[in-house]
Design a protein around this ligand. Structure first.
Ligand SMILES: Cc1ncc(COP(=O)(O)O)c(C=O)c1O
Length: 382
């Protein structure tokens, strides 16, 4: 064995304008390097209580309605925690599937041995609430209805408020994937009657990956309390509650305090900016990029009536090497954009999320895109 010193890694900065993660603000970045606190430090408890309350405000979950807190893991953990706590083997779960993340919900629910009823729509289309409600009429004992509010794989928004309204007096719980939605478009869980929502930290909240804010309605929380323990320990919302919110706190896991500080700063920025101002900023930036793409005769995948502002899926024109364009954007311009996920048509996915949701960033992306497309790699050449 030689003792040759190992070099530190060097990471070049990128403009992250794909489906996420997105860039974070300088203040969030410095919050991530605050001094560590132990997870049982009394100062930490105050931060946790504060952070849970801020998360509820961003979700627009009313005070006294259920429980809201972040899980120390990425968005998928929130998805799995909800299924694990609300579903038991044989429970019927109706899932809207119009892209990759609806399909992931099906995968997780199946692993928990749910009886999954899929209600599908084509790529770029929203799953209709009529079809979901029809499935509910045929399965009136369904435990859960789950939809992806903002489908990152296609840029499609679900008509969630309307679904919540239609299910208001129903015993079936309503779950919404808000991973790409939270902080970018309106989310109002109590008003809309959403029983369980989950999100991530790395998209429109403009933090690093690593936290998954979840929010549970009062009635869903009471249901969970009446049930046997879920088979997951790490993702059991009641154990998380006993650490995050109950005092004295019951140790559950060693909290990654840098992520707690980062999320606290990110949510502080969201709330200080104002929810409506933030949604308006995302709408302006996304609308600008989408209009610019249309001017360039690029075809957008999403049905315009359901187009998300923060995620724009652009179909790769015939003959163009889509991944080759992505590679040039990255290597020559330092800009990350996304491609299509498995099963999707050939596309690029442009994200203007959180700190990046502004016209100046859209202009940088468009300038780089124009430069690459002026001599675009073609499939024949690839
Ligand atoms: C809509 C949606 N749901 C779930 C996830 C999974 O989140 P994560 O990758 O943070 O685990 C993503 C990730 O991009 C997503 O876009």
């Amino acid at each position: 064995m030689t003792n040759t010193p190992i070099e530190a890694i060097n990471v070049e900065p990128r403009l992250l304008c794909g489906p996420g993660p997105a860039n974070i603000s300088p203040d969030v970045l410095s919050a991530l390097s605050k001094p560590l606190l132990g997870h049982l430090d009394p100062d930490m408890y105050e931060i946790l209580t504060d952070l849970a309350a801020m998360t509820a405000r961003v979700y627009q979950r009313d005070e006294g309605d259920g429980m809201t807190l972040p899980i120390s893991a990425t968005g998928t953990s929130g998805m799995e925690a909800g299924i694990a706590a609300l579903v038991e083997p044989g429970s019927t779960v109706i899932i809207g599937v119009n892209g990759y993340f609806g399909r992931r919900l099906v995968e997780i629910a199946s692993r928990y041995h749910a009886n999954v009823v899929e209600v599908e729509a084509e790529w770029g289309q929203a799953v209709t609430n009529e079809a979901l409600l029809e499935a509910l009429a045929q399965n009136p004992d369904a435990r859960l209805m789950a939809v992806v509010y903002a489908e990152t794989s296609s840029g499609v928004r679900h008509d969630l408020p309307e679904l919540g309204e239609a299910m208001r007096d129903n015993d079936t719980f309503l779950m919404a994937d808000c991973v790409t939605a939270l902080g970018g478009i309106e989310v109002a869980l109590t008003d809309w009657g959403v029983d369980y929502a989950y999100s991530c930290s790395q998209k429109c909240l403009a933090m690093s990956p690593g936290m998954s804010p979840i929010s549970i309605s009062q009635r869903a929380l009471e249901f969970m309390r009446s049930q046997p323990k879920p088979s997951t320990f790490y993702l059991d919302p009641q154990l998380l509650e006993a650490y995050w919110l109950a005092r004295p706190a019951a140790y559950h896991h060693t909290l990654p305090s840098p992520l707690v500080f980062g999320l606290h700063e990110a949510l502080r920025e969201v709330l200080n900016e104002g929810l409506e101002a933030r949604w308006a900023r995302h709408a302006e930036a996304g609308g600008y990029l989408q209009a610019a793409m249309a001017e360039r005769n690029m075809e957008l995948l999403a049905d315009p009536a359901h187009q998300l502002p923060q995620l724009t899926a652009v179909l790769v024109p015939e003959g163009i090497d889509g991944p080759g364009v992505q590679k040039q954007m990255l290597r020559e311009h330092g800009i990350e954009i996304g491609g299509g996920l498995p099963g999707a048509p050939a596309m690029w996915r442009f994200g203007l999320m959180g700190y990046n949701a502004n016209v100046a960033t859209a202009d940088k992306v468009l300038a780089a895109f124009d430069a690459v497309m002026a001599d675009a790699p073609t499939l024949a050449a690839a």
